[in-house]
Ligand binder design. Structure first.
Ligand SMILES: Nc1nc2c(ncn2[C@@H]2O[C@H](COP(=O)(O)OP(=O)(O)OP(=O)(O)O)[C@@H](O)[C@H]2O)c(=O)[nH]1
Ligand SMILES: [Mg+2]
Length: 285
């Protein structure tokens, strides 16, 4: 039976359905990282999965991530996305990932000050596409990254204030912003320097993720079940339309067969008549 499925349904759809099913069964939480390119998304995810070599999610000073990439770690599936506003299809990819996500990490680096026009545009489009924009904020942590590059504590506090007000302007509610340094955390863990780990704030971020995960557990599960239900329904619809296509094909073939038979019969009749005529002529001699 399983060999028959790819014949009638797209492999990609089946993969999505299986991963939704596994997410429901294993009760995993999907945490998706998004933000402008080069703002430290992949580095942050490596830090969260304790890959201090920073190789699982590719990082660099150039545009690096160009596809959504998911990695399972414990009970969490971490998803990395390409930088926003780089290419139109990338933004669509990010939006698709956000739709499948349970908890979002919106990464913004302190080195560029407050949110820029592209980030504001993306947040507006999230707001406009969301049935319940407040739910997005409830499930999102805005991560102010690279605070090791900040110009002192006041720089962090001021940037955070401005970002909060920018988010409030769009969503009309207060968001969570957490300043972090993936670099400090990595160094702190590798060199066993507790104070660096503490100053990195990564553990506070992890506690926040756990807290949201706990608070929205029920609704995360419900969302997953709804997605799974929708996935099944979509596939049943696809299968039904395949049945319709097949019915059409069969009736087309039947028509063609009938036409072929008719034309064959006509030809036979013509030949028969010709022969009869010839015979009649011969008889008449
Ligand atoms: N100083 C410092 N640099 C960081 C930190 N986090 C990331 N970086 C650097 O920022 C650069 C970009 O990091 P990435 O993690 O590749 O950024 P990204 O947002 O995934 O980039 P794209 O995949 O291209 O969208 C790299 O050179 C990182 O080493 C940090 O906490 N402190
Ligand atoms: Mg990246």
């Amino acid at each position: 039976m399983s060999q028959l499925i790819p014949k009638y349904l797209p492999e990609e759809d089946m993969k999505t359905l299986y991963s939704l099913q596994s997410a429901v069964e294993k009760n995993t939480t999907t945490v998706t990282c998004m933000g402008l390119y080069n703002h430290g998304k992949s580095t942050l995810l490596n830090t969260l999965i304790k890959d201090f070599e920073h190789t699982t999610f590719k990082t660099a000073d150039v545009r690096e991530t160009s596809n959504n990439k998911a990695v399972e770690h414990g009970n969490v599936i971490f998803v990395d996305t390409p930088g926003l506003n780089s290419r139109e299809h990338d933004d669509k990819r990010v939006m698709d990932a956000v739709k499948e996500s349970d908890i979002n990490l919106f990464v913004h680096t302190i080195t560029t000050g407050e949110f820029d026009k592209n980030e504001i545009e993306f947040l507006h489009s999230v707001k406009n596409h969301w049935g319940n924009p407040q739910e997005f904020i409830e499930r999102t942590i805005f991560v102010l990254s690279r605070i090791d590059k900040a110009d002192g504590e006041s720089d962090i506090a001021n940037t955070k204030e401005r970002m909060l007000s920018q988010i409030d302007d769009i969503f009309k509610c207060k968001a969570r912003i957490i300043p972090v340094s993936a670099q400090r955390y990595t160094k702190g863990r590798l060199e066993e320097k507790k104070s660096l780990v503490e100053k990195s704030n990564i553990e506070v971020l992890e506690a926040m993720i756990d807290e949201i995960s706990e608070n929205v557990k029920e609704s995360i599960m419900q969302t997953k079940k709804n997605r799974l239900e929708k996935g099944y329904n979509d596939l049943v619809k696809k299968l039904y339309s395949k049945v319709q296509e097949n019915k059409l094909e069969v009736s087309k073939l039947k028509n063609e067969r009938k036409k072929f038979q008719d034309s064959l019969n006509q030809d036979i009749q013509k030949v028969e008549t010709t022969l009869k005529n010839m015979h009649a002529k011969l008889g008449g001699v």
